[in-house]
Each structure stands twice: as C-alpha cells, then as structure tokens.
Design a protein around this ligand. Sequence first.
Ligand SMILES: Nc1ncnc2c1ncn2[C@@H]1O[C@H](COP(=O)(O)OP(=O)(O)OP(=O)(O)O)[C@@H](O)[C@H]1O
Ligand SMILES: [Mg+2]
Length: 417
Amino acid sequence: MYQKLQNKMDVQAIKLRFEIIGTSPLLDRAIDIARQVAPTDLTVLISGESGVGKEVFPKIIHQLSARKHGPYIAVNCGAIPEGTIDSELFGHEKGSFTGAHDSRKGYFEVVNSGTIFLDEVAELPLSTQVRLLRVLETGEFFKVGSSKAIKTNVRVVAASNVDITNAISQGKFREDLYYRLNTVPINVPSLKDRKEDIHLLFRKFAADFAEKYRMPVLQLDPEAVKLLVNYKWHGNVRQLKNIAEQISIIENKREINAEILSKYLPISQYRDLPVLYKSEEENKGISERDLLYKVLFDMKKDIHDLKKVVGDILQNDMPSKELQTKSNQVLQHFKPDFMPVEEPHNDINIHPLTSDHVVEPLEESIVIEESLSIQEKEKDLIKKALVRHHGKRKNAARELGISERTLYRKIKEYDII
Ligand SMILES: Nc1ncnc2c1ncn2[C@@H]1O[C@H](COP(=O)(O)OP(=O)(O)OP(=O)(O)O)[C@@H](O)[C@H]1O
Ligand SMILES: [Mg+2]
C-alpha cells in the first residue's frame, strides 16, 4: 500500500520535472516502467504512434540512471543518409572511403559511459543493424575500415513509431536485433486511448501559446470540447499542439465554438460524427491554407522591409564605417529568419556605394524568397500525396517519384503531421 503510494508520487514528480501532461493510467504506466528500468542498464524499446510523446522517455531513463552525468545523445536514424550512418554511429578510419581524409570517432565511442537514443530505429539499414547487434551483445564495435575492436559502455534506448514486427516480416529488420532491443518495451499510448487527457493537453498548449504570443487564453465552449475529444488525432499530441497554436494565431476571438474549431480539423479524420460532404478544395484544410498565407505574408513583409532598409543605405552617402554598422544591424535583425548558419555577417564585407558588392543582400533576399516558396510547394505536394494515400509513405513516395527514405527525411524536415 505504502509502496503503491510512493510509486504514484514518483510518477507525479517525473511528470512535473519533464513537463508531461496527462492523467491517463496508460501514460502513468509507461512513465512508471521508465522509472523502474532507468537504474538498470537494460536496453529499452519505446513504441507508439507518431506524435504521442516518445522523445521524453529516453531523457527520463538517462536522468534517473547512474549515467546521468555521462553524455546523452539522440540520433535520428531516419534522417542520416544511408551511406554515412555507419560512420556516424561507429566512426571511421582515415582513407576508409572516398572523402575520409581523417579518422573520426562515432557516437558509440563519444558517448562512452552515457546513453544513446536511437530514434526511428526501424529506419536503420540492414548492414548497420548487424553492427548494432554486435555492440549490444558484446559491448564492442569496429570503426568503418578498421579491424580493431573497440570497447564501449553505452546504454541504448531506441524508439519507433512503426510496428517493427511488420518490418521483420518484410525482411527490413532483423528479428534477433528486435528481441535484443526490446528487452524492456514501453508503449506510449495514443490519444485515442487517453481521451481524458485531450482537453487537458489543449488547455496547457493554449495557455503556453497565450503567453508566447501575449494574448488572452483560448476558451472552448462545451460543444467544442466534445468535438475536440471525439476527433481522431492521427498526429496525436503533436497535431493537437499544432492546432492549438494555429487557432491561437489566426483567430481573433478567444471563445472558440465547435464551428470555429471544426475549420481547423481535417474532415477526413472526424470520428463518431456524420460526415459532411465537402469539395476536394475544401478538404485540403482551410486552416492550413490560412496559415500558409500568413507565413507568406509575413515573409513578404520582411523582405519588403529589408529591401527598404538596404535601399535607404544605398541612397545615403554614408561613410563606410557607419555603413558597416548599419548593415550589421540589418543583418542582425533578419538573422533569425534568414541566417540559420553561424554568424555569417561577421565575414560580410560591405563596400562603399561604388562597389558592386553592395547589391548582394538584395539578390540574396530574392534567392531566399524563391527557395522558400519552392520549399512550401514541395511541402504542400508531399502533404497532398500523403493524404491521397492515407498516410502510406511507400505509395506516396512512389507517386512523388522519390525514395521512401527521402520522403521520410522530408516529412521530418518540414515537420509534416
Ligand atoms: N504528455 C505530453 N505533455 C506535453 N507535451 C507533450 C506530451 N506528449 C507529447 N508532447 C509534445 O508533443 C510533441 C510531439 O512529441 P514527440 O516529439 O515526443 O513525439 P514522438 O512520439 O517522438 O513522435 P514521432 O514518432 O513522430 O517522432 C512535442 O512537442 C512534445 O513536447
Ligand atoms: Mg520522435
């Protein structure tokens, strides 16, 4: 009895510490298993549909283990190109392949005494699976191009949002590796199995976004709550969070009724509700289009502002030092949107008016504008192909003329639900 109460309190403390929202017994159970298995060195496989919240579990396991002061690294196996994944994980020797100018340590060497989280583990190529099985069984691995075994002490936590047993039957995943990884399974429940958490999660996200965007919190009326709870959340918590954000940004009203909410929920996913006929155009999701327009509008406005500032600089006959300062201010201002690479503006040399280089920022902004709109188009095409094929990546990839792996990477890159 006392022990039960203690366990319950421990689970609550973990939820608070890792900001996990929910009261469902299935979620509590998953957290409780993570808590119990953490101090051991057992390998854990976390399963659950996309967007259920798997990524916090390896962190819990690492933090509650004796390895917590050791390194922790999360590797997205699906996002690393097949040709380099062995080298990323296990390192390589100089000259082991074209372009290997130096030897390099892999994650299994760097993370010695810590924890590696292998996310989307089902995406590992078969040859890498062999190497992984070996390191799990013997604690030893070989660098690519080396025959010297290296010892390592790494705890592996893996996750997958696809049913690995299907991958096994298709010959894409080694059965022996599956059993080795699945020493302790943790299943993170889908929202459909924890409906009691749906409104709670929405309220939490609405409050977070209200704070972020400095506006009053959204309120759902009782009909809207019913709709929210009965909706089929295929993208689970991630989708719920995105929708809470979309409504927070787009709606002026803070009281949200079922009619307003329904605009944001793709019709094909309604549950327990009569299906309304909508034209194909409408089915594509009004909310998505609104959001896209907003993003494009903001982008255009930024580019317009940028052009204006650069134009002002060009017209004013400024001494080059002042020009440099002003240019740096401009670049600083636009950095979050346009400059994901580290501090490039330090190297940019803005010359006085007579120089051809001065026009560079203008040309750059046009290029960026174009490439962004191409990306948006690509994202849109991928989304539509996925809807058409009911989320079946294989068929969508075939239609798009790209490999399943590339499609997988693009889904991650564009954060497509
Ligand atoms: N219980 C929860 N409380 C608060 N936020 C949550 C919860 N579960 C998930 N989230 C949030 O939902 C989003 C998706 O979670 P996460 O990235 O862990 O999904 P996932 O299971 O790894 O999905 P995928 O398989 O697609 O990678 C994250 O922003 C995460 O913070
Ligand atoms: Mg994930």
